[in-house]
Design a protein around this ligand. Structure first.
Ligand code: S3P
Length: 432
């Protein structure tokens, strides 16, 4: 795909597709609960369809009705799948569903695409084994495919040193069917959608912050009750348009119904710190999550900033687009403590460094981040997406702000989280 025009103005308003994390969890919690769950405005993307297909393969009846999903919960009584389960490109599907499969006394195998088969799984496999699940897989269980034979679990106390929400969620799902108490402690609070949705579905859990970290505890043997969940717009998808609106020569954009959970909105806080004109309006609560309309105006010159390790979890998926903003800010910017980016859908540190350099930016690569020298202009370039949706979208935005032509090698990979990204993008821009 070629991007050969520069944006002059952004305008109008847009409701980007619903949050991916919440859409996955609506299917997972709806399936393990009793009774019917309705997920309104559910995100239909490659990743979330992987979760839907997986639960159908376990016998869950799920019907798509327009933008909604109707799920007939199975109260944790699933059927042994007849074939290998495939999480495709989705780490969230693989890792959280391993927690659910660990509660089941049957045999299952879960695999994924080439990227996912390269990503580390021991972070969930080890604690699930400690709870009593029998899990095997390539590289001693660190790589998919892995096989699971579950059941007979007991609760554990686990220190989640990477503050991974996927790990926390996986253990909480297993903990619902374990004997006794399951406790997950994390140094920095990771996205807390599972905790919020569990409470919304009637589970009793305790969340506290102590010196040893943020703790969530739940007792096994609890029943969840199906609910109606309204999925809000995804702040990780809205971030691309927000960045464009901040960096365009002129204009104003309203992003409707965006999830602004404080464990997710670090990118927006950082933009404000850089000097962007950005406001939350009409703040409200929807299905247990805070939601707002975000108004953003172009025209301010931004300044460079530092992002440290404790800030990373609240903006982990936004670092590629934040790097593009940093490249066009005044002065030096730094991201540190973000080693996790090396094991996402691609090595995002490498992908960001390579593509920004291609656009004429001076970047120093660090093991756990990068240092970017901001400049006034980007130069169009050939972008290597590494098959990673967030790299493709971040550099499509960079291309619209660059002089000359930018070419994306694999624009189709955006379907993982945002199938209509390019159509939506063209609805809010005017070219010079
Ligand atoms: C997610 C958690 C994050 C994030 C991913 C979605 C989730 O990963 O990067 O895109 O829905 O729980 P980690 O929990 O591994 O950091």
């Amino acid at each position: 795909m070629r991007i050969d025009r520069r944006v002059n103005k952004v305008r109008g308003e847009i409701r980007v597709p619903s949050d991916k994390s919440i859409s996955h969890r609506a299917v997972i919690l709806g399936s393990v609960a009793g009774g019917r769950t309705v997920a309104r405005k559910w995100l239909r993307s490659a990743d979330t369809l992987a979760t839907l297909d997986l639960f159908r393969a376990l016998g869950t009846r799920i019907e798509e009705r327009g933008e909604d999903l109707l799920i007939e919960g199975r109260s944790f009584l699933f059927e042994e799948p007849a074939d290998v389960l495939n999480a495709q490109n989705s780490g969230t599907t693989a890792r959280i569903c391993m927690g659910v499969l660990s509660t089941q006394p049957f045999f299952s195998v879960i695999t994924g695409d080439g990227s996912l088969r390269n990503r580390p799984m021991l972070r969930v496999v080890e604690p699930l084994r400690e709870m009593g699940a029998r899990i095997d897989g390539r590289e001693m269980g660190n790589r998919l495919p892995v096989s699971v034979r579950g059941g007979g679990l007991r609760g554990i106390s686990y220190f989640n040193k990477r503050s991974s929400a996927q790990v926390k969620s996986s253990l909480l799902m297993a903990g619902l069917r374990a004997e006794g108490l399951t406790e997950v402690v994390e140094p920095v609070l990771s996205r807390d959608h599972t905790e919020r949705m569990l409470s919304f579905f009637g589970a009793k859990l305790v969340t506290v912050s102590e010196e040893r970290g943020h703790i969530v505890k739940l007792e096994g043997g609890q029943e969840l009750e199906g609910r109606e969940v309204l999925c809000p717009a995804d702040p990780s998808s809205a971030a691309f348009f927000c960045a464009l609106a901040v960096l365009a020569p002129e204009g104003e954009l309203i992003l409707r119904e965006v999830l602004v959970n404080p464990t997710r909105d670090g990118f927006y806080r950082k933009l404000r710190e850089m000097g962007a004109d950005l406001e939350y309006e009409n703040l409200r609560e929807v299905s247990g999550e805070p939601v707002a309309d975000i108004r953003v105006r172009a025209g301010r010159r931004l300044k460079g900033i530092k992002v440290s390790g404790e800030e990373i979890p609240s903006m982990i998926d936004e670092i590629p687009i934040l790097a593009v903003v940093m490249a066009l800010a005044e002065g030096v910017s730094e991201v540190r403590g973000a080693r996790e980016l090396r094991v996402k859908e691609s090595d995002r540190i490498k992908a960001v460094v390579k593509n920004l350099r291609g656009m004429g930016v001076e970047v120093e690569e660090l093991e756990d981040g990068f240092i970017i020298e901001g400049r006034k202009r980007l130069r169009g370039a050939r972008i290597e997406t590494f098959g990673d949706h967030r790299i493709a979208m971040a550099f499509a935005i960079a291309g619209l702000l660059a002089e000359g032509e930018t070419e994306l090698d694999d624009p189709d990979c955006v379907k993982v989280s945002y199938p209509n990204f390019f159509e939506d993008l063209s609805s809010i821009v005017e070219y010079s």
